[in-house]
Design a binder for this molecule. Structure first.
Ligand code: GLU
Length: 292
C-alpha cells in the first residue's frame, strides 16, 4: 500500500529519537550502534525525528539532537524525516486497517480503564502494563455512533485477536544476535494505534516509516524488543517490508539503573558543554567508537 522510493538492496539503518528531552549517554550508545550497523555494510544511515507527541516534543530538543550527534562524529542523510509532518501517511495506514475490520474506537478515559482493571480479579499484564479490558470492543454500533455523533473523543485500538486471525501462519523475524524469532502480538493486547490527541501512535508510525525509508536493519534498545511482536503483525496486515532487527543492551549507571532523560548530569549536552568532555571520552565510557 505504500510505495517505498528507497532501495532495499542497500543496508540501511536508522536512529529514531524523540525530541522530548536532551539525549543522554544511553542514546549515544544507541546512535553509534545504529551508525556502525550501516557503516559495517557500506550502507546508509538515517536519522528520524519521532515527534508525534506534539505536546512533549520541543524544537530545542530537536536542535540539540542534531548538535549532539554531529559532535559525536556522526553524519546522516538529508532531509531528515520528522514524523509530525507525515500524519497523512499514518492516516492512510489506519484507513487500510479500518477496511480490514481490525480497528475499533475506544472512548474510555484512563480513569475508567484503571477502575475496570482494579475491579477485575485477574487483569492480565502485558509489556506496557495491564492490558486494556476491551470494554469498547463490546459496545453496540448504535452506542458507537451516538458517541461519535456527540463529539466524544476516542482513541483507535487494534483488535489483536481479529488481526491475528487474518494473517496466515506464524509471524517471524530475524533477531541478528539470536536468530529466528516467532512473534506473539497478543501479549500487548488491544493497543492504541491512534491516540485521542494525535492521529497516530509510536507503533503505527514506526512501521510505516521503516518501510517508506527502506530501513533494512532496525536497531534499538532491548527494552523495545517486545514491540517487535506487534510490529510484525502490523507489517503483515499492511503489506510492509520486514527489516532485520538487532535490539542492543541498555547502558546502566553506577547504581545499575537505566539512564533517563530526566537525569541531567548524563545528557550529551551537559557532558560536552559543562563537563567539557570530548567525543573520545564518551566513546570510552560507552565502549563504542563510530566506524570511519
Ligand atoms: N522513538 C523511540 C525512542 O526514542 C525509538 C523508536 C525505535 O527505535 O523504534 O525511544
Amino acid at each position: 500500500m505504500f510505495t517505498s522510493s528507497t532501495p532495499t538492496n542497500i543496508n540501511t539503518s536508522r536512529f529514531a529519537p524523540s525530541p522530548t528531552g536532551y539525549l543522554h549517554i544511553g542514546h549515544a550508545y544507541s546512535a553509534i550502534f545504529a551508525y556502525n550497523k550501516a557503516k559495517q555494510n557500506n550502507g546508509r544511515f538515517i536519522l528520524r525525528i519521532e515527534d508525534i507527541d506534539l505536546e512533549r516534543s520541543k524544537p530545542e530538543y530537536k536542535q540539540a539532537i542534531f548538535e549532539d550527534l554531529k559532535w559525536l562524529g556522526l553524519s546522516w542523510e538529508h532531509p531528515v524525516r520528522e514524523q509530525s509532518k507525515h500524519f497523512q501517511q499514518y492516516k492512510k495506514a489506519l484507513d487500510a486497517l479500518y477496511k480490514k475490520g481490525v480497528l475499533y474506537p475506544c472512548f474510555c478515559t484512563r480513569k475508567k480503564i484503571r477502575d475496570e482493571q482494579s475491579a477485575s480479579a485477574s487483569a492480565p499484564h502485558g509489556p506496557e502494563g495491564l492490558l486494556y479490558p476491551r470494554t469498547c470492543r463490546h459496545i453496540s454500533k448504535e452506542q458507537r455512533d451516538h458517541n461519535t455523533d456527540n463529539g466524544m473523543p476516542f482513541a483507535v485500538r487494534l483488535d489483536v485477536e481479529k488481526a491475528i486471525n487474518l494473517v496466515s501462519g506464524n509471524l517471524k523475524w530475524i533477531e541478528e544476535s539470536k536468530g529466528e524469532m516467532t512473534a506473539t502480538p497478543a501479549i500487548l493486547g488491544d493497543v492504541i494505534l491512534a491516540r485521542k490527541d494525535v492521529p497516530a501512535s509510536y507503533h503505527l508510525s514506526v512501521v510505516v516509516d521503516d518501510h517508506i525509508q527502506g530501513i533494512t536493519h532496525v536497531t534499538r534498545g532491548e527494552d523495545l524488543l517486545y514491540a517487535t511482536n506487534l510490529h510484525r503483525l502490523l507489517q503483515e496486515l499492511l503489506g510492509l517490508h520486514v527489516p532485520k532487527y538487532d535490539h542492543h543492551k541498555l547502558l546502566l549507571d553506577e547504581e545499575g539503573k537505566r539512564f533517563a532523560k530526566r537525569n541531567q548530569s548524563v545528557t550529551i549536552k551537559s557532558l560536552r558543554e559543562e563537563q567539557k568532555k570530548s567525543p573520545e571520552d564518551i566513546y570510552e565510557e560507552i565502549g563504542l567508537n563510530p566506524l570511519t
